[in-house]
Design a protein around this ligand. Structure first.
Ligand code: ADQ
Length: 727
């Protein structure tokens, strides 16, 4: 078994100058964390990514790096890579996912290249994949990859982690429909879909519900081949590495150099990739506002602005660079003088030691992204302050703001507010600085990048392990269940009605049992060893009318009523929210011809089976969200069923009602059949050796077996009946 990590960049770069190759191995936080996890779990690590070198260079140099893990480079044609990386990944996904819709430059060619690149990488991963391996896919370059790999290896353990924000529905919907589906279906190929925050996770689940119509239960999406758990996994840093670097000799020297250079002046510091999402122009505006508003700080403060070059070949980045440099010049020209340059600007990467020296020389770290998945700079600054000095000012738009609660938070668009907070931070007493930093360091020490990787990968294993796989009730499996039935003395049959015993019809009142079904049920129930129950969502009057004469028990309204032998409600009193639900649904009935409402005692259902497919689906998504908001804090449950949305009393529950009234532990054979979501509540209870459950139709299920159609259920029941009679 091994871990296969996939990311756009490899932790290895080979640059050739004048025929000589220079290998750079980057031991970034991600690589260190995954390596540490694989070492602990005693498994190998293979890294797949796009090569920034050609295959000849690779063949010449592949033995020359520190090989504590394997590297599998993917070589993409330059033109393809340009369309895949610069166009679709960075000029569509990056822009949109960071809420810059006006920066999006969508082209169909870009999307085609993106799909093609994902397919090429999928082939590469497939070529090294062995059953048992864990595949961990990173970031927005490979949104389609989890699904491509799921199709190739249905049983694979696949984790997907998005390092940038997942936008809300209103932003996400801007993408063409085919792209939206590709992305959502792509991510859903994984067993675990991880995001930095719960906000992002909820945006994703809402998009899946609204666009694909797949509902989730506790962030778990059930699909045909597997389940996908969406969740928040805030990434972190190697805390000890940053914390302990404070006393590194080179860092000490560099720090004293910096301190000497700026003397008594307070230092404001920031470091980022030059990117429009990092709020660098907002930061400059705010700094200018600060100098205007608090002239007493003139000549007493210096802003060290370090930017690392990034995506320079993209126009928007080049434009931003020019704008930043213009603003820096403008502020220095306007506010500075021959003795004092307010902003010291550097456009280049800095070494780790210099970075730590800068972090630990700063009085204030000013981090102001307008949108950021996490922002590691903020965490690195906090971790590196072993001296417990310095103040972190952090944009509330960064994921990191959710973890670093003792930071001074700002709205990057509010220059006035930032100016005020800068003033507060620069005059904060040392005791408060120490208290805030100590609290954040305690959090980061515990929640470091190693814990992050371990948590994520353990979750992938867990979700995969507990994935239920319903097997067809055929051949040997069928014989086994029949044999158990034969051997048993006290058998219990729990049968859903619609979609299980009768086919779904355009209106519920048309779905009625025929003579043959009634005969089979009657005959099964008359056998003394058998106990037969209908467990249905229908109202009690309907079930009484059609099945009341049979010697069987009946559960109606998803568990709201029990007949044994008299009808008794499980819930006392009439729910008071029903009229409100009817009012809401009525609007949808009025605008969607052929849709209708079914009123029950403990629930209201909106049926859209007869509405044109697309219209029915779209309006049902809208209604679902509306109901969720209206019914918040009421004792209800909302079911997104098969062409029906139902609001029901939470105690009208097939699982609980069966448990309290039927599953009394005296049966030595239990067999349940059902086709819809509410039946899953019952299936989840039937876990012991003599308990069997059968899902009718498609879809992931907690059931042990599967039959495809109502007709197959009826044949199986006849067989049980035949066996009962034989005995
Ligand atoms: P980035 O957008 O790159 O990452 P960030 O999380 O801040 O943003 O990480 C930047 C890293 O680069 C830090 O480790 C920092 O030290 C380093 N760095 C920045 N400027 C540098 C410079 N001039 N010289 C040297 N090093 C420099 C994406 C998402 C983030 C998310 C991360 C991790 O956009 O939101 O936090 O992935 O998931």
């Amino acid at each position: 078994m091994k871990i296969i990590t996939v990311s756009y960049r490899l932790p290895l770069s080979i640059k050739k100058t004048k025929g000589k190759a220079k290998i750079t191995q980057s031991a970034g936080g991600l690589a260190t964390a995954i390596l540490s996890y694989s070492a602990k779990s005693n498994v190998n690590l293979t890294w797949v990514g796009i090569a920034d070198f050609d295959s000849i260079t690779w063949n010449e140099n592949k033995d020359k790096y520190d090989q504590n893990f394997d590297i599998e480079p993917v070589f993409l044609e330059e033109e393809l890579n340009q369309e895949f990386y610069n166009v679709f990944s960075n000029s569509v996904l990056w822009a949109l996912f960071h809420y810059f819709p006006s920066f999006v430059e969508y082209t169909d060619d870009g999307f085609e290249a993106y799909k093609q690149a994902n397919e090429i990488v999928a082939k590469k991963v497939s070529s090294i994949y062995e059953p048992g391996d864990v595949i961990w896919i990173h970031d927005y370059h490979f949104l389609g990859l989890p699904n491509l790999l799921r199709e190739a290896h249905p049983d694979a353990k696949i984790g997907y982690f998005l390092h940038i924000p997942f936008p809300n529905f209103e932003i996400f919907r801007i993408l063409p429909n085919k792209v939206k589906r590709y992305i959502l279906e792509g991510i859903l190929g994984s067993n675990v879909a991880g995001f930095h925050t719960w906000d992002n996770t909820i945006h994703f689940t809402e998009c899946v519900e609204k666009i694909l119509g797949i509902p989730h239960k506790n962030f778990l999406f059930s699909q045909e081949s597997h389940r996908t758990k969406a969740g928040s996994f805030p990434i972190s840093i190697d805390f000890d590495k940053f914390h302990n670097a404070y006393n590194n000799e080179e860092v000490i020297n560099l720090r004293s150099e910096i301190k000497k250079l700026y003397g008594d002046k307070k230092i404001i510091f920031s470091v980022d990739r030059l990117d429009y999402t990092k709020g660098i122009t907002n930061r400059l505006n705010a700094f200018e506002k600060f100098l205007e508003k608090y002239p007493e700080w003139s000549e007493k403060v210096v802003f060290l602005l370090v930017l690392v070059p990034s995506r320079e070949e993209i126009k928007k980045y080049d434009e931003r660079k020019k704008l930043i440099e213009h603003n820096v010049g403008h502020i220095n020209g306007n506010m500075g003088n021959y003795k004092w340059t307010p902003i010291v600007y550097q456009y280049q990467s800095v070494s780790f030691e210099k970075l730590i020296a800068l972090y630990t020389s700063a009085d204030v770290a000013l981090i102001s992204p307008v949108r950021d998945g996490m922002n590691l700079v903020a965490k690195e600054f906090v971790a590196s302050r072993k001296d417990l000095k310095g103040v972190l000012i952090l944009s509330s738009m960064a994921g990191a703001a959710k973890d670093l609660k003792e930071a001074i938070t700002i709205n990057p668009f509010d220059a006035e507010m930032i100016a005020k907070k800068l003033c507060y931070a620069l005059t904060m007493d040392e005791a408060e600085q120490a208290l805030r930093l100590a609290r954040m360091q305690r959090y980061l020490k515990k929640h470091d990048v190693f814990r992050w990787a371990e948590k994520f990968l353990t979750e992938v294993e867990e979700i995969h392990k507990n994935d239920t796989k319903a097997v067809p009730l055929k051949g040997k499996e069928r014989d086994r269940v029949l044999q158990k039935f034969n051997e048993a003395n006290k058998r219990l049959l729990l049968l859903d009605f619609d979609g299980t015993l009768v086919n779904l019809q355009s209106r519920p009142e048309l779905a009625v049992p025929d003579e043959e079904l009634l005969d089979t049920l009657n005959s099964l129930a008359e056998e003394p060893k058998n106990e037969v129950w209908i467990v249905s969502g229908r109202n009690k009057d309907f079930l009484e009318k059609w099945l009341g004469h049979l010697p069987i028990g009946i559960i109606a309204e998803h568990g709201g009523y029990v007949k044994n032998p008299e009808w008794k409600p499980v819930i006392i009193g009439e729910p008071e929210w029903k009229d409100q639900v009817i009012d809401i649904m009525q609007d949808y009935v009025d605008t969607n011809a052929e849709s209708f409402i079914e009123v029950k005692e403990f629930g209201i259902a909106y049926h859209y089976r007869n509405v044109a497919e697309k219209q029915g689906f779209n309006t049902s998504r809208e209604l679902l969200m509306l109901l969720k908001n209206h019914m918040y804090n009421t004792p209800t449950q909302i079911i997104d069923g098969n062409k029906v949305i139902e609001v029901k009393h939470f105690m009208a529950h097939k699982g609980t009602t069966c448990k309290n009234n039927v599953l009394r532990g005296e049966h030595d054979f239990v067999l349940a059949f059902g086709d819809d979501k509410t039946d899953e509540d019952l299936f989840e209870l039937l876990t012991s050796e003599n308990e069997f459950s059968v899902k009718v139709g498609k879809g992931n299920t907690a059931a042990k077996y599967r039959l495809e159609t109502v007709e197959e259920v009826l044949v199986f029941l006849s067989e049980l009946d035949y066996k009962s009679v034989l005995k």
